[in-house]
Structure formats: structure tokens, C-alpha cells
Design a protein around this ligand. Sequence first.
Ligand code: DOR
Ligand code: ZN
Length: 352
Amino acid sequence: MDTLTLIRPDDWHLHLRDGEALRAVVAATARQFARAIVMPNLKPPVTTVGQAIDYRDRILAALRETAGDEPACAGFEPLMTLYLTDRTPPDEIRRAKDSGVVHAVKLYPAGATTNSDAGVTSMAAVRGAIEAMQAAGLPLLIHGEVTDASVDVFDRERVFIDQVLEPLRRDFPALRVVFEHITTQEAAQYVATAPGAIAATITPHHLLYERNALFKGGMRPHWYCLPILKRETHRRALLEAATSGSPRFFLGTDSAPHSKHLKENACGCAGCYTAPHALELYAAAFESVGALDRLEGFASLHGPDFYRLPRNTARVTLRRESWTVPEALPFGDEAIVPLAAGEPLAWRLAAG
Ligand code: DOR
Ligand code: ZN
């Protein structure tokens, strides 16, 4: 098989940043995806519907400015999210639902990751907002890691399931939940079997790499993301989930751009930049287990079905063509290193 045609996919978990960084990355996603769920962890975070609408306008302006009328980017639709805080009023949730612009609310446990300082400090503080989400059918997107410094960084997702996720879902059984960027066998198992409306996104890096990638021949900051890469047994479980055909698993790159300088740093930022070659990376992962026939469901069908949005109708084609991921790409006045820089890939998206 030398070509693979899919319904145009969407990215259900994406960081686009703002300003110069936004201008540097937005076209890369629009070339690959019809829509993207845009994370709200800006500085300051996107906590109100008004801010989400303004951010959406900036995204579309940056795309016009950098991609002009390039056909591959036409019609790209940013799907906005709100950043949940201890002080999010239930009324803001109702406004979000009515806006038609905000499609979900993101829960960052305070301190879990990049720009999460304003995140949730206790689940008790957000009960009113979550009640409103449950009533409105607005999905809650969860960064599922405990932040307790005494819990090993490799165990934080597993512990979150027992300590936070299960109690939350017992209290709010009708809440629609996306467990974001899952990284463990336990999370895959939980999502596959738990009752109620739950799904998970899976990144290309967690499908392709296990934690040894962080230390191959030395420290490898471009493989550092949160939740951190786990052991090979977990990677295998994620591949199995992604290729299982279950509608509960779908594509979310978590493409998280940081400049080369901020990654290759004494205290390097978490995040892998995968937007320019996301589909090619997913194709490599699916092909590694002989499951390319399952890629369309994962990339193009399960996400819109969960979000209750129409499936796309346009198509994209991947061709078998060996090429090498660039060592670096422009990022405003700086450079950015894409994941798998310098490595060969076997599939390439045909220009739209
Ligand atoms: O690796 C990550 N980078 N994980 C996150 O949860 C946030 C993201 C970012 O914003 O850089
Ligand atoms: Zn993210």
C-alpha cells in the first residue's frame, strides 16, 4: 500500500501559544487538520468566554497573515476551551455552552505542568462549575496527574485515577470527560472499561517512544513532555488502545511548542513539537503494528463523535515517501526543534 486516504482529521489537543509563537506554528496545524481543540494555558490563562473569543480571532488573524490563501489551510477552525480555576463561576460555564465557540473546559491541577499555576487547587473548589458542565453537557478535559511532590513523577497519572478521577466520576456520573494525553496501561484500561461518557486522547510521542528515549546517549530534552514518557509496557498498551477501534480513543497531538533555547536549558520546558508532521508520526505508529486501516477512525471519526460535532467530509492523502524531519524550524527570531528531528519518516502528507 503506497497511499492512504482518510477523511480530514482533527487535532483534539493542541497548544498554539500567542503572538510571535502563534504566528510561527498555526499554519503547520491548519495544513494537517480541519479543526483543533486549542488549549487555554496562556499567560494569563483563557478563563472567560470573552477571552476565548478574542484568542480565536488572534488565531485566525495569525493564520491569514502567515498562510494567506494557501488552499491546504482554508477553513481551519479553532475550537476554544476555557481554563478552569478555583474561581470559575458556574455562569461562565453556561455562557461557554451558549457561545458556540467554547467546546470544552480544561482542568489543570495547580502546578502539574506549563502555565498551570492558576489551575485547580482542590476538587471541592470547582464543584459548582463541574455541576454546570455536567448539566450543560460541556466536556471536561483533564490533565490527569497528581501534583503531590512525594509521588514519583512516573506514577502521577496512575495515582490520579484512584485519588481524583474515580471519585469525580462517582460524584458526577453524567459528566462528559476526556482524559487527555494518556500515558499508562492503567489509564488505557480505565478509559476502555469505565462506565459513562469518557474518552482519551493519545499523542504521537507516547505511541512511538518509551522513557529510554529521554536518555539515549545523553539527556534528550526534546523528548521531555508531561505526563512524562513511560516504560515500554505502557507504550504497547497505548498502541493497543489507539488501534483497537474503540471510539473512546482519538487523536490529540499535545503539540506544545517551546523555543530550542528554552528546551535545551538547565531547566528545560516540557512539550514536544509535532504539529508539522503529526499525521506522519501517527502513521508510523499505526504501521508498526500493522493497523493503518484503524488510523481513520482514531484520527477522523471518534473525536467529532465524542464532541457531538459533524465529521469532516474533505479527505487527505498520505503517500509512502521517505523523508527526513528537519533539524530545526523558524520560530519568530528563534528556532524550534520538531520531535524526531533528523530522523527518517516513511509517510508524507500530500499537499492539499
Ligand atoms: O508537555 C507538556 N507541555 N505538557 C503539558 O501538559 C503542557 C504543555 C505545554 O503547554 O507546554
Ligand atoms: Zn497539552
